[in-house]
Design a protein around this ligand. Structure first.
Ligand SMILES: [Fe+2]
Length: 576
């Protein structure tokens, strides 16, 4: 078996900063040293705000109790100025052991589109000052977001959070999930955690309420996380690791009821800790029904999806599917019939109903854009055939990290989806979502996606070839990409190129660096800058723009601008 070689030119391009609107010259690097001082004393977990509305916002902190009292009253205040001379709202909130001493207050009667400052007080102790912003009302020129995901504490320093904290004019931070990870010190990221002295607390995999609370406390004690939260309001959705890897409505890949108890109990514990420790509103319906929307004046609505715990059907796994695919007919049957089973749900009826109302309200307000905060890749991505490119030794090496590796490489020859945990594993549910958007006349759809620790720019296309919008996939705060150069025995960048070349809807794909998407939306268009940091192995880092894309509205539809002209795919030259 000969291994196809990628030309030096293409391999170099994969690691270079490139984008439709960026040039091929070396990116401009800006050096920073991340904040290293965390809050101490009573407010050792910092302050945060989130789930903004036009006249209210959630304020959050946690107190570290010094007495044996069961409850405490924590005062909070919101001001128009940083020196708190102009107090706009104040109140008192009770906390205690029953909610792990976390404090959540809803500041109300605020004005739309305003920046506010807030702080907490317990006796003579005063918290650090946080800054937040309400949703704008009426006519606005632009909205700007930092979009991020996958902040795994042991994998590295949260320099991406630090970089986001240095931005002044964001409307909100959108965190697309995997805000915490559930693994033990021996699990995913364990080696890096030991090397960087960032090992998980508690040391074991988190299962109980006490475990999830301790894990959240560790992440909130991080100084860069505190800086980011203190600076901007958060719009968060969860992905799987806030509960457990590859979770679905009835379980998770990383949950064994025989040794870890019932999934229901674990999910309840995870969500209780999540609602205690995150600056978010709690749903009226079930705790799993964590879908919301945020309206930005006459410009856009952010629809925040829940695709894990409410309705999702169980994922197919490569190792269980492969043995059933003996003939080309088997493959076709799996691809066209089994995968397309109508009962394979992602959003569920209640959420679809909510989205329908949300989209219709947005269209009625004359908003040109719908921004969808989404967990897993929505675009169609077929696995490229890796068999001609990967040698046995590389598979063996990969199996050390990923037990599905052999089945995955074998399956990659069959023209099936790359990732059954993504929307590709639920194509009928994806069409239901597209149909709903089309029927509500909700064009201008920009989907932002986490989960893969990889940069993407994708076209969203329905089963009949209709263009539905664009998808921007963000890299991670720290988690590693399967497309980074050193993956697949040093073939990660080639794997990215193959995936890009073989999927016409994938316009850009890169596993390099870590970072966030700096997304600015105006009436006329949107610009997505993929802002990267060059290292997470220490607090000193360089920041630069890895790629940038412009999005225009054409006949109401969101489309990448000037990307064809950039001749992206022509640059990928393969020796066969
Ligand atoms: Fe992740």
């Amino acid at each position: 078996m000969t291994k196809a070689k990628i030309t030096r030119r293409a391999a170099l391009l994969s690691g270079a900063a490139m984008g439709a609107a960026s040039c091929a010259s070396a990116p401009k690097m800006t050096p920073y040293v991340a904040v290293s001082e965390a809050s101490g004393g009573v407010f050792a977990h910092g302050v945060a705000s989130g789930d903004p509305a036009a006249t209210s916002v959630v304020l959050w902190t946690r107190i570290t109790p010094v007495t044996r009292a069961a409850i405490a009253n924590v005062a909070w205040e919101v001001a128009a100025d940083e020196s708190f001379t102009d107090i706009i709202a104040k109140g008192e909130t009770q906390t205690g052991l029953s909610r792990d001493w976390t404090v959540k207050a809803l500041a109300e009667a605020l004005s739309p589109g305003m920046t506010y400052f807030y702080r907490f007080r317990l006796g003579g102790d005063v918290s650090p000052t946080g800054r937040t912003k309400t949703l704008p009302d009426g006519a606005i020129d632009q909205a700007r977001f930092a979009v991020m995901s996958c902040s795994n504490y042991p994998f590295g320093y949260f320099n991406v959070y630090d970089l986001v904290a240095r931005h002044d004019d964001l409307d909100a931070v959108i965190h697309l999930g995997d805000y915490i990870y559930e693994y033990s010190r021996e699990g995913y990221g364990g080696d890096q955690g030991r090397a960087l002295d960032r090992e998980h607390e508690p040391p074991h995999e988190i299962i109980s309420l006490a475990d999830y609370r301790r894990r959240h406390a560790q992440y909130k004690a991080d100084p860069a996380s505190q800086a980011m939260h203190a600076k901007h309001p958060l719009i968060a959705i969860w992905d799987d690791h806030e509960t457990s890897n590859d979770s679905w409505s009835g379980g998770a890949e990383n949950h064994d009821p025989a040794t870890e108890g019932s999934w229901d109990a674990r999910r309840r514990a995870a969500l209780q800790a999540y609602y205690e420790w995150m600056p978010v509103r709690e749903p009226d319906m079930a705790p799993e029904a964590f879908f919301r929307s945020f309206s930005y004046g006459d410009l856009l609505t952010v629809a925040a999806l829940e695709t894990r715990l409410m309705a999702r059907a169980r994922q197919f796994e490569y190792s269980e599917v492969i043995p059933t695919l003996q003939t080309p007919e088997d493959v076709a049957h799996f691809r066209d019939v089994i995968l397309w089973d109508e009962s394979r749900e992602m959003l569920g009826a209640a959420q679809l109903d909510y989205l329908d109302r949300t989209f219709r309200n947005s269209v009625a307000k004359g908003q040109p854009w719908r921004l969808i905060a989404n967990q897993v890749i929505m675009a169609k991505v077929t696995a490229p055939d890796l068999n001609p490119h990967v040698e046995e030794a590389q598979i063996v090496e990969l199996e050390q990290q990923w037990n599905e590796a052999r089945a995955f490489v074998k399956m990659s020859a069959l023209g099936l989806p790359l990732n059954f945990d993504a929307w590709d594993g639920y194509p009928a549910a994806r069409e239901r979502f597209y149909d709903l958007a089309r029927e509500a006349n909700a064009g201008g759809m920009i989907v932002v996606t986490g989960d893969t620790h990889t940069w993407w720019a994708n076209d969203l296309v329905d089963k009949n070839g209709g263009h539905m919008g664009v998808e921007l996939g963000t890299h991670s705060v720290t988690s590693p990409s399967p497309y980074r150069k050193e993956f697949l025995g040093g073939m990660g960048a080639e794997y990215a190129l193959l995936t890009n070349r073989d999927n016409k809807d994938v316009r850009f794909l890169s596993g390099e660096y870590h970072g966030f998407i700096d997304l600015t939306i105006t009436r006329e268009g949107a610009r997505a800058e993929y802002k990267a940091v060059d290292t997470i192995e220490g607090g000193a880092y360089n920041a630069f723009t890895h790629a940038a894309f412009d999005i225009a509205r054409e006949d109401g539809d969101a489309r990448f601008k000037d990307m064809d002209g950039a001749g992206f795919k022509d640059r990928y030259l393969f020796d066969r």
